[in-house]
Write a protein that binds this ligand. Structure first.
Ligand code: PEP
Ligand code: MN
Length: 340
């Protein structure tokens, strides 16, 4: 942490700052420039926060230098992580060496629809099946998902297809039942800052897919991941799914630069959701190509056997020619960027 003193700060004010820092067991290194003095602090950053240095006389500003997250930071873990999802011996890797294709319906609607979507996903090369049993809908009047019945359908479809399941958790009270059925728990954009839920999934013993809050900064997103990690679960995969901007032609704006920005500061894998980012079927293939090129560790995509009659997010669901185009892209392009 660095304290920048105002240009006219007195020696007494500088001394007062260094004393307060030393009182909490920290060290203060004063460096005097021509017009102003800066003080570098070394020690426990959380205790420095409690000092309210910013309001002390003569202080102009206080800057944090190190990352506020620790467990998910590359500083504390210089190797990029690989997260393994699924039954022992049959795990699917998500990490720096592979490109992992995840697909499935937005929502589990019926056993038949889920099985058909899973078969479409598998035929296209998907290694994991997505599908929401508990749906976090903006409107309370919209389809809320089948709940536990949906989890059972997903588990049955896993038996048939062999694809491990990632499904969303929207309430900390459901962690046990969801973790019993699913291979990976998804925390969606609307719950990224639900800290109780993050702590609960941090204790569930299953990998977590943490989507970026639609109005969250990358730092807030990594702090959310830190909540999960702090409870002992380092198997966290981040998912960039688009952020809210002023642009109305897409559902959200895919922040493609979030991928390399995260990779420069965190060891966690990061994937892209082009379906919820663009909200449009015609954008899923081009945005997936962009995700591969920028270095994402995978994509998660909506597919549906009958998008016109889907109960959730039909306009962005792939089928037919577009799904075949995506299958081709995920088969061919990752090799060009050195991935399996
Ligand atoms: C989803 O993946 O079904 C979903 C609701 O996504 P998001 O949280 O990104 O909106
Ligand atoms: Mn959806």
């Amino acid at each position: 942490m660095v304290v920048v003193m105002a240009p006219g700060a007195t020696e007494e004010q500088i001394a007062r700052v260094t004393e307060r820092v030393e009182e909490t067991g920290g060290q203060a290194f004063v460096s005097r420039g021509v017009t102003r003095t800066i003080i570098g602090l070394v020690g426990d950053i959380e205790s420095f926060h409690g000092l309210n240095l910013r309001v002390m006389p003569g202080v102009q500003d206080v800057y944090r230098i190190s990352d506020p997250y620790k467990l998910v930071s590359l500083q504390h873990h210089p190797e990029r992580s690989t997260v393994h999802v699924g039954r022992e011996g049959h795990e699917v890797a998500i990490g720096p060496d592979t490109f992992t294709f995840i697909a499935g319906p937005c929502a589990v609607e019926t056993a038949q629809q889920t099985l058909e979507a899973a078969e479409m996903a598998k035929a296209a090369g998907a290694r994991l099946l997505r599908g929401g049993a508990f749906k976090p809908r903006t409107s309370p009047y919209a389809f809320q998902g089948l709940g536990v019945k949906g989890l059972e359908i997903l588990a049955d479809v896993r038996e048939v297809t062999g694809l491990p399941i990632v499904t969303e958790i929207v309430d900390a009270r459901d962690v046990k039942i969801v973790a019993e059925h699913a291979d990976m728990l998804q925390v969606g954009t609307r719950n990224m800052a639900n800290f109780g839920l993050l702590q609960a999934v941090g204790e569930c013993g299953k990998p977590v897919l943490l989507k970026r809050g639609m109005t969250s900064t990358i730092e807030e997103w990594l702090m959310a991941a830190e909540y999960v990690a702090q409870r002992g679960n380092l198997d966290v995969v981040l998912c960039e799914r688009g952020i809210r901007t002023f642009e109305p032609s897409t559902r959200n704006t895919l922040d493609i630069s979030a991928v390399p920005v995260v990779q420069a500061t965190s060891h966690l894998p990061v994937i892209v959701d082009p379906s919820h980012a663009g909200g449009r079927r015609d954008l899923v293939v081009p945005l997936s190509r962009a995700a591969i090129a920028v270095g994402a560790d995978g994509v998660i995509v909506d597919v549906h056997p009958d998008p016109e009659n889907a109960l959730c997010d039909g306009p962005q669901a792939l089928f037919g020619a577009e799904l075949r185009a995506l299958a081709q892209a995920v088969r061919q392009l990752p090799k060009a960027v050195g991935r399996r």
